[in-house]
Design a protein around this ligand. Structure first.
Ligand SMILES: [Zn+2]
Ligand SMILES: [Zn+2]
Length: 406
């Protein structure tokens, strides 16, 4: 990477960081990205795709397309003052590093343009700058869903994405074949009894007592119903009921989250939560339960993951690769990985001596991650194209320590 390209990466990231926009409202961000892409004549740039998405194609012919994805949205967080480049929009902050993802993909664009101009690209690449990774619309759909509906996966044979990780230092990368991030479903339930005087519980039907039994059953789902060999999390995050110490309410409202690492366990969690609520009926009460499905679990394809691993090794042999799943977070890149062979990796961006997590006002990013991510994405695209063209994709499931068998 030239010094000028390295400086442009930092400039892009700082500009995007200073001007964060929330999910579905990435208008200025998309305009900035489109303008940057227009400087490279190789790209055919489309804007307004699936909302505020920007899609840029490079390369000719009818061969397979390799897709590289970055997300663009920020979070509703107030950024503390004092950071080097602070958000200029109160109440909004790039605290999940999506500014870094977009800057890295712009950096990759420069490299892909150079290869294409020199006749060294070897196929077609599609860059996707995605809106709304962090939030869904009233129909429950995030940005990736809208982009897929708009046809961005047409002719795509393989897809890649990177996510920064402030909890790992620069130079540490996480790769995993198989299920690597969780599905995310949300449930909302109401347990109904019959309200009355708190001093005469026998004449009413206490919904708080009913919910107590339901809660015990909910908390036993992971330990008693899901196989100990599987990963899952069930959390009740909100309980609302009652108005006064001496009044028994009619109902208790409950909300919670279901997370799983496989479609089968995901289905099981939904069924088990419903079964837990049925305890209220056994005791004479009733319930209503709605489950809203979010992202599926993210499944990294072995062949795509091998491309990522080899591209990284060819660029930066000194990067330390950890073979481990990425935890119980969810990523809507999973919608893409459900449809085409795809892989996402986590790349360390932690600032030395600074404790930091994603989605926190303390989120910090070492800008040294930008050239690594940009060159890695570009190299992965070119490696994938070469292997797709020559039919030499290798599955690394055995070597990756990964094959998570369900
Ligand atoms: Zn996030
Ligand atoms: Zn994110």
């Amino acid at each position: 990477m030239t010094p000028e390209a390295g400086e442009a990466l930092v400039r892009d990231r700082r500009h995007l960081h200073a001007h964060p926009e929330l999910a579905f409202y990435e208008f200025e961000t998309a305009a900035y990205i489109a303008e940057r892409l227009h400087q490279w004549s190789s790209f055919r740039v489309r804007t307004g795709v699936g909302g505020t998405g920007v899609v840029a194609d490079v390369g000719e012919g009818t061969g397979p397309v390799v897709l590289l994805r970055a997300d663009m949205d920020a979070l509703p967080i107030d950024e503390p003052i004092g950071a080097e480049c602070v958000s200029q929009s109160p109440g909004r902050m790039h605290a999940c590093g999506h500014d870094g993802h977009s800057a890295m993909l712009l950096g990759a664009a420069g490299q892909l343009h150079a290869w294409h101009t020199a006749g060294e690209l070897g196929g077609r690449v599609r860059l996707v700058f995605q809106p709304a990774e962090e939030a869904d619309d009233p129909e429950g759909h995030t940005g990736a869903y809208h982009l897929i509906q708009a046809g961005v996966l047409d002719e795509v044979a393989m897809a890649f994405a990177l996510h920064v990780n402030p909890e790992a230092p620069l130079g540490v990368v996480d790769l995993w074949t198989g299920y690597a991030m969780a599905s995310c479903d949300v449930f909302a339930g109401t347990v109904t009894g019959r309200g009355g005087h708190a001093g005469y519980p026998d004449r009413a039907l206490d919904p708080i007592w009913l919910f107590g039994q339901v809660l015990t059953a909910i908390h036993a789902i992971v330990s008693r119903r899901v196989s100990p060999l599987d990963s899952a999390a069930v959390t009740v995050g909100r309980v609302v009921g009652g108005t006064a110490p001496n009044v028994m309410p009619d109902a208790v409202k409950v909300e919670g989250t279901l997370r799983a690492y496989s479609p089968a366990v995901r289905q099981q969690l939904a069924a088990e939560v419903d079964r837990a609520f049925q305890v209220a009926r056994v005791l004479g009460g009733d319930y209503r339960l709605d489950i809203r499905h979010g992202e599926p679990p993210l499944r990294n394809d072995g062949r795509a993951n091998q491309v990522l691993a080899d591209a990284l090794a060819s660029l930066s042999p000194h990067v330390r690769v950890r073979r481990q799943p990425f935890g119980m977070g969810a990523e809507d890149f999973a919608y893409i990985a459900e449809r085409v062979p795809a892989a996402l990796a986590f790349v360390g961006c932690g600032v030395e001596g600074q404790a930091s997590t994603l989605h926190s006002p303390a989120f910090a990013l070492d800008e040294g991650v930008l050239p690594l991510g940009a060159t890695w994405l570009a190299a992965a695209a070119r490696t994938a194209l070469a292997r797709l063209r020559t039919g030499t994709l290798a599955d690394n499931a055995d070597r990756e320590g990964g094959p998570v068998a369900w």
